[in-house]
Design a protein around this ligand. Sequence first.
Ligand SMILES: *Cc1c(COP(=O)(O)O)cnc(C)c1O
Length: 426
Amino acid sequence: MDHFGYRAGELICEDVAVAAIAEREGTPAYVYSTQTFVDHFDRLRAAFAELNPIICYSIKSCHNLHILRLMRSLGASFDVVSGGELVRALEVGADASRIVFAGVGKTDDEIRMALGARVGWFNVESEQELERIDQLCELSNASTGAALRVNPDVDPHTHRYTTTGKRETKFGVDVDRARRVFREFGRDRRVRLTGIHLHIGSPVNRVEPYVEAVTRALQLVESLRVDGLTIDTLNIGGGFGAHYEGAEAPAAQAYAEAVIPVLRARGLQLILEPGRSISANAGILLARTIFTKRGGDKTFVIVDAAMTELIRPALYEAYHFAWPVKPANGMVPPHRGRDLKLDGTSLVDVVGPVCESADLLAPNRWLPPIQRGDLLAIFSTGAYGSVMGSRYNSRPLAPEILVDGGDYRVIRPRESYDQMLAAERS
Ligand SMILES: *Cc1c(COP(=O)(O)O)cnc(C)c1O
């Protein structure tokens, strides 16, 4: 699952004691495990090897340049959703011809940037967008590959805010409309519309929705081919699960075993866009307890990390396992499930110091006794943690730290108050 575990009663990342990082670098801090990124990427690549996919790591899940460089060294390409993410991919020397550029609202500037960089594919989400990319190609005498994002109308059984592949969604176009778009734009354009893009939501902890979505996409491919159109690429998106509670996500192998038989010998280049399945378990958020207090029947553990470092619980009621770095009485957690309730624990809400009631990190948890000053780890925060960080309440951005074996490096230092104010001072 990952390389965070308890050894001799304290939390270790690979071969580094997490408490030692906190001593030197302070809290709150994001701590990542190199080997976890490597394992998750390698497993996905091995699982889908038969189809030789282009694996476009979803930059939005964890975008630090050091992480992107690591992903590139493993053979990943990139899924970008903005000009800023494109700049990051190019900064680490990505091969632009293997980049996919997604997003429902690409601006002219972003489209021009991506055409200039010669990205491999635009994942196009509407007729107007296709029209505009075609015009901008004309104006700059450029051309590009493109895939149309199609909503296969399958229910991924995930949170309503992260469901994206149903018929009524701002993303993509439905299948009937897709047929018309391909007939109109599928030939003799500077935008070579030869691909279909799917992304049904995330996390999708079942393989069936992918099989269903791919099956519907293949029906569309066949009917378009009958019309004489060329369809050579199928991008099945991301959303593969991560382990937030235990082993709830299917293994990469399980997704592959379900999807490969459907896709074999179809004459399609497969593209994957994994984000969290690679990055989520590769990070924790480290926090220190500032105070504990009682409020009515509740006990609050107030820590120095907040919704500014991890907004997923406030935004999606997402569950993240939390546990002390050096638990009292050697109470090492046997698993990370929601129902964990060991003898000697008590019910608490782990909250941040930000002035919002939604600033909850881990509500209603049975935790070992916690004192002021104790370190806490919030697990599986590698994806959509630091990237969604904010300076709300004028809290400077927390540092990112990358562990590799017995060493670690600060890959983004803690922002100082001076840095926070610099742009506003002039
Ligand atoms: C967010 C997103 C992904 C990555 O999702 P994960 O759940 O992190 O795997 C991939 N493709 C698209 C189009 C996305 O919007």
